[in-house]
Design a protein around this ligand. Structure first.
Ligand code: KIV
Ligand code: ZN
Length: 504
């Protein structure tokens, strides 16, 4: 029988620690549901003790997720473990993930503890966590820079106290693939228990080796790998989920292993994360980058036309990249639209389907050819739509290179139409200033980017903005064939996230 490698996704915890990647509760739930569709075995939903928002996110994700394990991180401290337990207790499959550092560097400069104290803390806290939850993972932070004998003692102590998963992190992305292979082999050989223990790895990408180290660890016998979508995470990020999964999938001949991942959901998951965080992947990013399947040189193009595998080791269909053909037009009905949505792998409830169809009709009126990419963009934007305290109604612009731009923007606020006029440095600035007059918030625009979803003059434009309000950074996204309208929608999407709302 094939060895099954478990995929532990930590996008919502370690990934979210990346600058600019923070997500609100609704966004985390939406992303967790997509991770479940993707087929990840474990979702690390957050670090429950770290803030009330994290606690809330872990709790709501725990309630919504039915098949994946939901885990919360906790330091080897009773208060952390209690919070992790409280936040995950409604999950069908809860896990508490207890960690403490084991390298002398961390013991001396961070924990101010002796090795004996660390071992005592592991024994006490893992045993305590086990009284609350059956599924306990133990991580030795900075394992790759720890003394091996001491590290092995730490893991054996955790296993004797009840841990069923032991995780070996390369916390600062320092290890080489060979070292990671040797480390996993050493820890495995020196386990003193007869009980089945899952060995996990967790590699960061500081030297660009996160994926390579994770795959080397699997070859040495690790059976769980921790990673993030698009490789987001602290500093240079974590090992990338899509690279690890496709590495195992493509090189079955070498790894002799499989995963539970539905690879056709990989592209969509990557896109959804970019839509939520506003952080797109580099065009040359392996697997999900825009150029990952582009062939520029004539020799390569010729080769691929004769036989795809001459220059492609995976096909775009394997990871669910929509084939960008014209599929629907303005005369298409709801049945055809629903069929297309299902073929693309989405399952929308009646209300979401109605909303997406309404937006499709508006788009089809403006755009001759509605492609799969357009439909993907519509659906993923709807998925992360926040409640709308301020609803966009219309705008009028007067702009040119010899006059000052003036914008008139109409919004609906609590059922009332409010209209304001403002001038600005260009049409987008004028619109944002008119909106500022309506929302009466102290908002600063920190970043603005625009890109087209498809080709052609009638392409959908996708705008991302980053605003700061109340010392927080908030991302917003907007989609329209009109770039000013896309900008207004993105700005309002960000502003609406600043308004407190009851959970879905
Ligand atoms: O990088 C790391 O060591 C971690 C642990 C807390 C698992 O994220
Ligand atoms: Zn980490």
């Amino acid at each position: 029988m094939d060895k099954i490698i478990k995929i532990f996704d930590t996008t919502l915890r370690d990934g979210e620690q990346a600058p600019g990647c923070s997500m609100n509760v609704n966004e985390k739930v939406e992303f967790a549901l997509q991770l479940e569709r993707l087929g990840v075995d474990v979702i690390e939903a957050g670090f429950a003790v770290s803030s009330p928002k994290d606690f809330e996110s872990v709790s709501v994700v725990s309630e919504k997720i039915k098949t994946s394990v939901v885990s919360s991180l906790a330091r080897a401290v009773k208060g952390d473990i209690d919070k992790a337990y409280e936040a995950t207790k409604l999950a069908v499959h809860p896990r508490i993930h207890v960690f403490i550092a084991t390298s002398d560097l961390h013991l001396k400069h961070k924990l101010n503890m002796t090795r004996e104290q660390v071992i005592a803390s592991i024994a006490q806290n893992v045993a305590y966590a086990k009284t609350l939850c059956d599924d306990i993972e133990f991580s030795a932070e900075d394992a790759s820079r720890s003394d091996r004998e001491f590290l092995s003692l730490a893991y054996n102590t955790a296993v004797n106290a009840g841990a069923n998963v032991i995780n070996i992190p390369d916390t600062v992305g320092y290890a080489t693939p060979n070292e990671m292979f040797e480390l996993v082999s050493y820890i495995k050989e020196n386990l003193t228990t007869n009980n089945a223990v899952e060995i996990s790895v967790h590699c960061h990408d500081d030297l660009g080796l996160g994926t390579a180290c994770s795959l080397a660890a699997l070859k040495a016998g690790a059976t769980q790998v921790e990673c993030t979508v698009n490789g987001i995470g602290e500093r240079a990020g974590n090992a990338s989920l899509e690279e690890i999964v496709m590495g195992i999938h493509t090189r079955y001949d070498y790894y002799k292993a499989t995963t539970n991942i539905n690879t056709k959901q990989l592209y969509r998951t990557s896109k959804l994360l970019s839509t939520i965080t506003g952080i797109t992947v580099a065009p040359n990013k392996a697997i999900v980058g825009a150029n990952a399947f582009a062939h520029e040189s004539g020799i390569h193009q010729h080769g691929v036309m004769q036989e795809r595998t001459t220059y492609e080791v995976i096909s775009p269909e394997d990871i669910g990249i929509p084939q960008n053909k014209m599929v629907l037009g303005k005369h298409s009905g709801k049945h055809a639209f629903k069929d297309r949505i299902v073929t693309l792998g989405y399952s929308l409830g009646d209300a979401d389907l109605e909303k997406a169809f309404h937006e499709f009709k508006i788009l089809a009126d403006k755009k001759k050819n509605v492609t799969d990419n357009d439909i993907e963009a519509l659906v993923s934007h709807n998925a992360v739509e926040h409640h709308k305290a301020y609803e966009y109604i219309s705008f009028v612009i007067n702009s040119g290179n010899t006059i000052t731009s003036t914008a008139n923007v109409k919004l609906c606020v609590e059922g009332q139409i409010i209209e304001k006029v403002a001038t600005g440095d260009g049409p987008v600035d004028a619109c944002f200033k008119a909106i500022n007059k309506i929302v009466k918030l102290n908002v600063n625009l920190e970043n603005y980017t625009i890109q087209s979803v498809t080709e052609g003059v009638d392409a959908l434009g996708e705008v991302s903005v980053k605003i700061s309000a109340d010392k927080k950074f908030i991302m917003g996204r907007g989609l329209s064939t009109d770039i000013i309208e896309a900008s207004i929608k993105a700005y309002l999407n960000a502003i609406n996230k600043t308004v407190p709302v009851l959970l879905i």
